[in-house]
Design a protein around this ligand. Structure first.
Ligand code: RAM
Length: 347
């Protein structure tokens, strides 16, 4: 569902939402600076507002857990706020509240980079440092990327082509938000890789679950019921792969016929691996992603780095990092989960 707002509707929606956001910051018990604070706590350390794609997504609950741990280590004033829906502009009120409450830094995973850019620019103009994490936007000081786009695409295509073998077959891709920069980059890279290296594989359709459980479940159902010779689904989104596995486990007629892989949380996927519905899937450590994003935010607010290529900073237990081209920092490679290791992870 792509959101296009008329200007006046947009202004009205935002002013209502700003009021709600301000209330939610306070309700969230996040210690948003009050009483004319300049965004620094008693110790003079900075303040950070983390805005995930949406609240309630276990992937971002994990990244926020890591972000909070780093904030505690750094003595930062930490708040995690955000919408419970994944609409293009749903994060805007939370950015505006962070500016109004004098936050020193924002770390955001944007549902739609274009929809939040103006407000992120306004934040930067107000002296707020902007860290994009998990998914990029053009309006930020630095981008904390979980793994390279090519690395993720290669990893998921390798798992799929290994399963299909030389016979190959028809597959589908079940993504999340249609405007999410990270997901679209992975889908494009996988499509290009398959066209270049796997003529035996045909992509019949790309569908979107919008990071909403029920929509992802229905999208998986739609793919399996509408594509008669479907052999596999690649779901590069934790909500989509979980719900595709969920639908498959509910529907014996497709078990052993349609093979599902993607990017999932071991904590959510373990039950499907144990039951044999899912064999292998990939991800990184989202807690470390949030942790690294917080250290990057602190290094920016301390002036240790500006986000330019070559800048160096230390991210606590994760060690030293260097800013790469385009102001991007990569956490590390994607790794693969299966029956042998899925139980070893808490996220
Ligand atoms: C979902 C979100 C997130 C993505 C993961 C893999 O939780 O789309 O942005 O990185 O999946």
């Amino acid at each position: 569902m792509n959101f296009t707002f008329s200007k006046s509707a947009h202004r009205r929606a935002v002013s209502i939402a700003v009021a709600i956001a301000a209330a939610s910051v306070l309700l969230a018990g996040c210690a948003a600076p009050t009483g004319g604070s300049t965004g620094t706590d008693a110790a003079g350390a900075g303040s950070l507002t983390v805005i995930p794609k949406s609240l309630g997504n276990k992937y971002f609950e994990a990244s926020d857990k890591g972000a909070k741990a780093a904030a505690d280590e750094l003595g930062l004033d930490f708040s995690e706020v955000g919408p419970t829906s994944t609409g293009s502009a749903d994060q805007v009120p939370f950015i505006q509240t962070a500016i109004q409450t004098g936050q020193k830094a924002i770390a955001i995973a944007a549902n739609d980079p274009a929809a939040v850019c103006n407000d992120l620019k306004a934040a930067q103009d107000a002296g707020v440092k902007v860290v994009a994490f998990d998914t990029d936007t053009d309006c930020r000081d630095i981008f904390i990327n979980q793994a390279t786009v090519d690395g993720i695409a290669q990893g998921l295509v390798d798992l799929t082509s290994k399963h299909l073998g030389t016979a190959g077959g028809t597959i589908a891709i079940l993504s999340g938000g249609a405007n999410a920069a990270n997901l679209n980059a992975w889908v494009d890279a996988m499509t290009a890789l398959i066209e270049k290296e796997h003529p035996e594989i045909t992509i019949a359709q790309v569908a979107y679950g919008e990071d909403v459980d029920q929509k992802a479940y229905q999208a998986a159902q739609g793919l399996m019921q509408s594509i008669p010779d479907l052999k596999a689904i690649i779901a590069p989104d934790t909500v989509s792969v979980k719900e595709a596995a969920h639908y498959l486990s509910d529907t014996p007629q497709f078990q052993g016929k349609v093979w599902v892989t993607g990017l999932g949380l071991p904590s959510e996927m373990a039950t499907y691996v144990t039951s044999g519905v899912i064999e292998q899937f990939g991800l990184w450590n989202p807690e470390d992603l949030g942790y690294l994003a917080t250290y990057a935010a602190d290094a920016l607010t301390q002036g240790t780095i500006t986000g330019k290529e070559g800048d160096k900073f230390t991210a606590g237990k994760l060690g030293d990092f260097t800013v790469g081209s385009g102001g991007e920092v990569v956490l590390g490679p994607m790794f693969v989960f299966d029956k042998g290791n899925v139980g070893d992870f808490s996220f």
